[in-house]
Design a protein around this ligand. Structure first.
Ligand SMILES: [Zn+2]
Length: 242
């Protein structure tokens, strides 16, 4: 390619220089021989976050074709902000991941021309207004790394809640019991299906109910995992937000 030796040596020290020189970035998808984005577990988690609460927007001048992957993380859970930033950094080592504070939340983002190659679900409009289907290579990743995918979805659009139940004791006494359960809330039936299919693969029983939100809004679907053993399974790889 006519690239001299010292240039190659500096690229080996700092991969971002390759982008500057070639005007592109090494993308695992849009090369003649495509491969899945590595590491697979970080991608599976990031895909869950993206489908739950992430989006792609042009970064700066749209004519330059650089995209920004943005995930909004609540400041209530600082640990999740770091997990999100860590997954983005794992997919694109040596590239900057930014944390931008906003009211009550932090936007974690990274810029790249090839985010749409990694998240082909990107398109105009809201996710629940269009079909969300995984490409075969994505399906293979979420089948291999199902727990990470479920974890990403729950960390963005889900929660672990404590149901408090009062029980009368003999006499005048009463006692409270707390039952943990998981909820996953989304408006897109496609995303709900991806979540419940993943739970099925893990043999975790679930239930879904519809929350009506009035004529001018789409219905919201809530998947709940509440059986004691199923919650214990979820706790082993998701756990409470932190
Ligand atoms: Zn690409």
């Amino acid at each position: 390619m006519g690239i001299n030796r010292s240039t190659l040596q500096s690229w080996m020290r700092d991969r971002s220089l390759v982008d500057k020189y070639l005007g592109t970035d090494l993308c695992p998808r849009c090369t003649p021989v495509s491969s899945p984005p590595e590491p697979l577990d970080a991608y599976s988690y990031l895909l869950g976050l993206y489908l739950g609460d992430g989006c792609l927007t042009p970064a700066g001048d749209p004519r330059k074709g650089v995209w920004r992957l943005r995930v909004m993380c609540s400041d209530t859970w600082p640990g999740l902000i770091e997990l999100c930033a860590g997954a983005m950094a794992a997919i694109r080592p040596d590239h900057k991941v930014s944390r931008v504070p906003s009211t009550g939340c932090t936007e974690v983002h990274g810029n790249w021309k090839h985010w749409p190659c990694l998240f082909p679900q990107h398109g105009p409009g809201k996710k629940h207004d269009r079909t969300i289907a995984l490409e075969p290579w994505q399906q293979a990743i979420v089948e291999k790394h199902t727990k990470e995918f479920v974890r990403g979805l729950v960390h963005s659009d889900g929660s672990r809640v404590l149901n408090r139940i009062k029980r009368k004791l003999p006499g005048d006494g009463e006692q409270y019991y707390e039952y943990p359960r998981y909820h996953f809330t989304n408006v897109s039936t496609d995303i709900i299906r991806l979540f419940t299919e993943a739970l099925d693969r893990l043999e975790i029983p679930w239930k879904v109910h519809t929350k009506k939100r009035g004529k001018s809004y789409k219905d919201t679907y809530v998947v709940s995992v509440s059986q004691r053993e199923a919650v214990a399974r979820m706790d082993s790889f998701v756990g409470p937000k932190y």
